[in-house]
Structures are given as structure tokens and as C-alpha cells.
Design a protein around this ligand. Structure first.
Ligand code: COA
Length: 372
């Protein structure tokens, strides 16, 4: 392999950032210097979004104003609602969000935005509205009011999904998961947002690129695949047997492994603890026990640890979130990180334009059509 070539850009430093550290010696996972454990324990998601997008933690008054600003941005323009109505009922929710994001960029173009944060905060506030407007319209023909007064993105989403105020434990579980999912340095979707931004394209185009990139099962789609896997097993013993068989067939187990973390994903024990709490209050330990056994089997068979997606699956399921909405919830969170990166890329921009190692034919003479 040619010097300087790294498939999948593994280990390549592709830019500078002051937003987060991932797996750095002596730092671990931090958002603007704050450890993920502290943020998940003490902060709410809107505080973290403010930290990432605006660069610092808000004080109490700023947080109240920020939450109000996001609450005020939950409504959808009529043109967007009519596009969402036209999407098929069988669409994947990620396709709905990707389309909704792109359409919003046409209906409310960034050049008309009141300030540099508007597009970020409009998307933070309105992604749950887009998804649930589409879902209820296609489930029951109802055009729901999306501008709920429920506090926070987690509460807004669960309220629109279930039609009532969420229980505190479930609301906080989703809130914490949004904090954990909010940012992760130069992962594929964030890199994709930065590449689009580097051409001086607009905010909505960058976010649309990122959603398309997040959708795949090797990235954000892993939480849905993990749930489908866990659901296949009726007991922990069955799970152990099933995982051994899948590994023997050289299948990848979604929710395990990571490009950067080779020992432990620091987000995993935090969401695992929430999954356990939710299982206990639901009086339904099966999913949790199956998940634990899959974790043990993966460790003993492959030396692989769960990433954030694995225990998020059972936690989301126990919050009553349909499996096909797991990756969209990732979008509700990661738009905070994408936004921070879009703003940062603009501030120190250089267009991304790497080079390729050519593996095609040697130069050759063109063959006229009639001689082929
Ligand atoms: N299940 C089974 N084996 C796995 C695995 C998994 N989830 N993840 C990695 N491995 C194995 C690979 O098969 C490979 O084994 P080999 O050397 O015998 O071929 C080795 O571990 C290295 O994996 P590789 O896919 O080359 O690592 P990567 O850095 O390119 O990929 C991921 C990282 C995250 C894409 C990869 O671990 C994966 O596909 N995980 C499942 C999807 C997932 O959970 N994604 C969410 C990430 S947050």
C-alpha cells in the first residue's frame, strides 16, 4: 500500500476541532472540555446543545431563554406539511427526515435566516415535529399540532409520539441518550457535513448530507439492527447460541466494535444503566438479560465491546419508541454536533479535496463505435 494511503481514512488527521475529544489519552470523551459522564449526570440536552453550538454552557437565564427559543421553533410551515403528507406511508423515517430537512432548506433558505444559529436551532426544534406529523398523518389521517409546550426535545418527541406527557423516568432516559448521541468528533456523518460545508454550501445541504450518511447500519442504523437482533431471542441461552452461530458465519453483530474505541465506549455503561433501570420499572428484564448475554458472548468470542448503539436499543424499546425511529432519535441529538461542526468548518475553511490511488487501465487508444 502506498505511503500516506489509509483505507477509510483510518488514523488520518483530517482537520482541527475544538468541539470534542474522542478516546484521547487522559481526556476520553469530552464536549468542549466537559466529560461525558458529568454532562450525562448533571446537564439537560438543551444545555449540551448550547454548549456545542454556541461554545459555552448557558447560565440559568440563558438556558430558560434557549429552551423557549427552541419551543417557539417547533411549528412546521404549511408547504412542508404538504410534502410530508405526500411521502409514502411505508417510507423509512430516516428518508422522511432527510426529505424534511432538504425541503425546509428550500422553504426557509438559510440566506433569509435572522442569525447564524437559526438553521441549527430550527432543525433541533423541528425534527421531532416533522417525523411525528408524517407518522400520525399516515397512521390515522390526523394532522397533529406539532407546536407542543412540553419542555425539552426529549419531552416534545415523546409527547408527540404517544399523545401525552411522558413519565419522568422515560423522559430523562431519552434526554440522557440525546446527550450521549449529541457529538462524536470526525465520525462519518459529521465528516460528511463538513465536506459539504467546505464547498461553502448552505446549512440545510450539509445537514441533509449528514442524515444520508448516518442512515447506514455501520453508523447510526446500528441501533435499529441491534434491536432486531435482540428481539430474535426468547432467552439468554438462545442469544448466546445464536451469537456463536452468527459469528461462525462471519456475520457482523451490530452495536459492537468501534473505529476509535478499542476497549470501551464510555457512553455504553451510561446507557446500559438506564436500560437496566427502565427494565426494572417495566417489570420486563428479558431484553436486558438477553442484551447482557450477547455482550458477554461478544467479549469472550471476539474481545469486542458494545458501543452506544447496543444498550440504546433496549432503552428506547422500553420507552415505547418504535424500532424504525431509533436512528431518527440519533438525528434529533446529532444535529447539535453537526451544527457545531458546520459553524466551525466555516470559521477555518479549506475545501476538502483528497486524491485517489488509481487502479484502472493504462492509457489506451480510443476505439471508434463502428470498430467495437
Ligand atoms: N461484529 C463482529 N465482528 C466485528 C464487529 C462486529 N460488530 N466489528 C468489528 N469486527 C471484527 C471485523 O470482522 C474485523 O475482523 P477481522 O480482522 O477478523 O476481519 C475486525 O473486528 C476489525 O473490524 P473492522 O470492521 O475492520 O473495523 P472498522 O474500524 O473498519 O469498523 C465499525 C468499525 C464500527 C464499522 C465495526 O466495528 C462495525 O461494523 N460494527 C458494527 C456496526 C456498529 O455497531 N456501528 C456503530 C458504530 S458506533
Amino acid at each position: 500500500m502506498k505511503a500516506g494511503y489509509s483505507p477509510g481514512l483510518e488514523g488520518v488527521i483530517a482537520g482541527e476541532t475544538s468541539i470534542s475529544t474522542v478516546g484521547k489519552k487522559g481526556k476520553g470523551l469530552t464536549y468542549r472540555g466537559y466529560s461525558i459522564a458529568d454532562l450525562a449526570k448533571h446537564a439537560c440536552f438543551e444545555e449540551v446543545a448550547h454548549l456545542l453550538i454556541r461554545g459555552r454552557l448557558p447560565d440559568r437565564n440563558e438556558l430558560t431563554a434557549y429552551r423557549q427559543r427552541l419551543t417557539d421553533l417547533r411549528g412546521l410551515p404549511v408547504e412542508l406539511k404538504s410534502i410530508l403528507e405526500k411521502l409514502p406511508a411505508k417510507s423509512h423515517p430516516m428518508d422522511v427526515l432527510r426529505t424534511g430537512c432538504s425541503a425546509l432548506g428550500a422553504i426557509e433558505p438559510e440566506r433569509e435566516a435572522p442569525d447564524m444559529y437559526y438553521a441549527a436551532e430550527r432543525l433541533l426544534a423541528s425534527f421531532p415535529s416533522m417525523l411525528l406529523f408524517w407518522r400520525h398523518f399516515h397512521l390515522s389521517g390526523r394532522r397533529i399540532e406539532t407546536a407542543s409546550n412540553e419542555e425539552g426535545v426529549a419531552g416534545h418527541f415523546l409527547h408527540l409520539l404517544h399523545g401525552n406527557s411522558p413519565e419522568e423516568l422515560r423522559r430523562r432516559a431519552v434526554d440522557v441518550s440525546l446527550i450521549l448521541y449529541a457529538e462524536h468528533e470526525f465520525n462519518a456523518s459529521t465528516f460528511s457535513a463538513r465536506v459539504t460545508t467546505s464547498t461553502m454550501s448552505d446549512f440545510y445541504s450539509a445537514a441533509t448530507s449528514a442524515i444520508g450518511t448516518l442512515r447506514g447500519p455501520l453508523h447510526g442504523g446500528a441501533n435499529e439492527e441491534a434491536m432486531r437482533l435482540i428481539n430474535r431471542f426468547a432467552t439468554a441461552d438462545e442469544a448466546e447460541q445464536g451469537i456463536r452461530e452468527l459469528l461462525a458465519e462471519k456475520k457482523k453483530i451490530m452495536g459492537f466494535g468501534h473505529r476509535v474505541y478499542k476497549e470501551m465506549d464510555p457512553r455504553s455503561p451510561i446507557i446500559q444503566e438506564w436500560s437496566r433501570k427502565l427494565a426494572e420499572v417495566s417489570n420486563n428484564m428479558l431484553l436486558y438479560r438477553v442484551s447482557e448475554r450477547i455482550e458477554e458472548t461478544m467479549l469472550s468470542e471476539k474481545g469486542l465491546f458494545p458501543n452506544l448503539d447496543f444498550y440504546s436499543a433496549s432503552a428506547y424499546h422500553l420507552c415505547g419508541i418504535p424500532t424504525e425511529m431509533f436512528t431518527p432519535v440519533f438525528v434529533f441529538a446529532r444535529i447539535a454536533g453537526w451544527s457545531a461542526h458546520i459553524i466551525e468548518q466555516r470559521s477555518l475553511n479549506r475545501i476538502f479535496r483528497p486524491v485517489a490511488e488509481y487502479t484502472g487501465p493504462e492509457p489506451r487508444a480510443y476505439v471508434p463505435l463502428e470498430e467495437r
